[in-house]
Structure formats: structure tokens, C-alpha cells
Design a protein around this ligand. Structure first.
Ligand SMILES: *Cc1c(COP(=O)(O)O)cnc(C)c1O
Length: 231
């Protein structure tokens, strides 16, 4: 299967899942998780109609930005972001999806203020309560959303989550449902129902995530093929 065929197939699956939850495919943003794929491949995905590309590593993103890998599509940052690298991402990424601590929120505010811009972000929720994963615990999320609303150079547009690795089909549905409930509740109570994005679902579970209310999916392997970690 070519990359173009993969994207077309995924769009069809997105359409179907969106219909099953009373929406249409055009309401779902398809983000290509393009880590470890070169600039040419990124441009091909953009030509094939991907809505955005998401990168995980600051160094790789910076290199590919210089190679014009993302021309024509919004660039998202979706990986773990160290505070000392915030300056390299603010103003470059249209959306930073992986904001998982108050310290990171404040660092982004500082960098955005220095550049005199407003940075769009999502708050990352560690919905499985996993030690090794970053993100806010559900109980911390309300305070984080309140802080984000008070920072003038940050515009918080919703939530992102990476659930635990699943071993069975549909295993992550309860996590997706929980995050959707948090999204609806916080948006209503603190953001005047103006939140826009709930980013959940990857290659193995994006249809489930959409059926549980996701409107932004981050798909890598199913578009680009398996990543070669030996390189
Ligand atoms: C790599 C990655 C994805 C995509 O994962 P696949 O299983 O390859 O689709 C999604 N989100 C994040 C944060 C990632 O790092």
C-alpha cells in the first residue's frame, strides 16, 4: 500500500466512525505522526491531503522545518517537551498538544510573551495514571485549565491523551470515554464551551477514539508504515 492509499483508507475509516457518533469525517482532524520520516515523505503526506503533521522531537522538527517538510500544512508538536527546548517550539508549532505540567505552561507563556505571540496548546491528560508517562492526572486538570486560561500568551483549545498500550481490541474505550467527559465538563465550566480539540486515537484505536468523542487523531504507522528504530 502506498502512503496515498493509506491516507485514503484511513479517511474512509474516519468517515465511518464519525457517522457512528453522529458526525461527519470532515469534523475530524487527521494529524500525521511523522516522526522518523524524512522531509520528502512529509511533503507527500501533505500533498495527499493530511490536515496537519505532528512531531515528537525538537531536534528532528527543527531540521525538517529548515528542509520545508511542513510547507502547506500546520505543524503540531506532540512529543514530550523539555522546558529548556520550549523556545525552539513556541511560534514554530501551530499547536503544542503535549503540555503536561504547570511548569511547562509557565515556560511556554514566557517564551510566547517574549515573541509577542499567543501559542495554541492542548493539555495532556495521563488518563491511565502511568508513572512513565507525562501529563496531568485527571484531578490536577481543572487547576491546570484554570491556570492556562489566566496566561495571556496561551490559548488552550482542549485536551490530548495517550492511553496505556492496549492488548485487546477496544480495551481503551473506557479511557477515551473518561477523557471525553473531562473535556465536555471543563469546556463547559471554564471555557464557555469554546474548546475545539480532543486529540485521542492512534493507528490501532483511532476509530474507537472517534466513536468515544475524539475529533483529532494522531496516526503514524498506519500512514507511514512501521518505524525503523535500528537506524
Ligand atoms: C508516534 C505517535 C503517535 C502515532 O502512533 P502510531 O501508533 O504509529 O499511529 C501518536 N501520538 C503520539 C504522541 C506519538 O508519539
Amino acid at each position: 500500500m502506498t502512503l496515498e492509499e493509506n491516507i485514503a483508507r484511513i479517511r474512509a475509516e474516519i468517515d465511518e466512525a464519525a457517522r457512528q457518533s453522529g458526525r461527519i469525517g470532515a469534523q475530524i482532524t487527521l494529524v500525521g505522526a511523522s516522526k522518523m520520516n524524512d522531509a520528502d515523505t512529509c511533503r507527500r503526506a501533505i500533498a495527499a491531503g493530511i490536515d496537519a503533521l505532528g512531531e515528537n522531537r525538537v531536534q528532528e522538527m527543527t531540521k525538517k522545518l529548515a528542509e520545508h517538510a511542513y510547507d502547506g500544512a500546520p505543524l503540531h508538536f506532540i512529543g514530550h517537551l523539555q522546558r529548556n527546548k520550549v523556545k525552539q517550539v513556541v511560534g514554530k508549532a501551530a499547536l503544542i498538544q503535549s503540555v503536561g505540567s504547570e511548569a511547562l505552561l509557565r515556560e511556554i507563556e514566557k517564551a510566547a510573551s517574549q515573541q509577542e505571540l499567543v501559542q495554541d496548546i492542548l493539555l495532556e491528560v495521563n488518563i491511565g495514571g502511568e508513572e512513565a508517562k507525562s501529563g496531568f492526572a485527571p484531578a490536577q486538570l481543572y487547576a491546570a485549565a484554570e491556570l492556562a486560561a489566566q496566561l495571556p500568551h496561551i490559548r488552550c483549545l482542549g485536551l490530548m491523551t495517550i492511553p496505556p498500550v492496549a492488548h485487546f481490541p477496544h480495551e481503551n474505550c473506557p479511557y477515551f470515554e473518561k477523557v471525553h467527559r473531562l473535556y465536555v465538563d471543563i469546556s463547559e465550566k471554564m471555557y464557555d464551551n469554546k474548546w475545539e480539540y480532543i486529540s485521542m486515537g492512534m493507528s490501532g484505536d483511532f476509530a474507537d477514539a472517534i466513536r468515544c468523542g475524539s475529533n483529532m487523531v494522531r496516526v503514524g504507522t498506519a500512514i507511514f508504515g512501521a518505524r525503523d528504530y535500528t537506524k
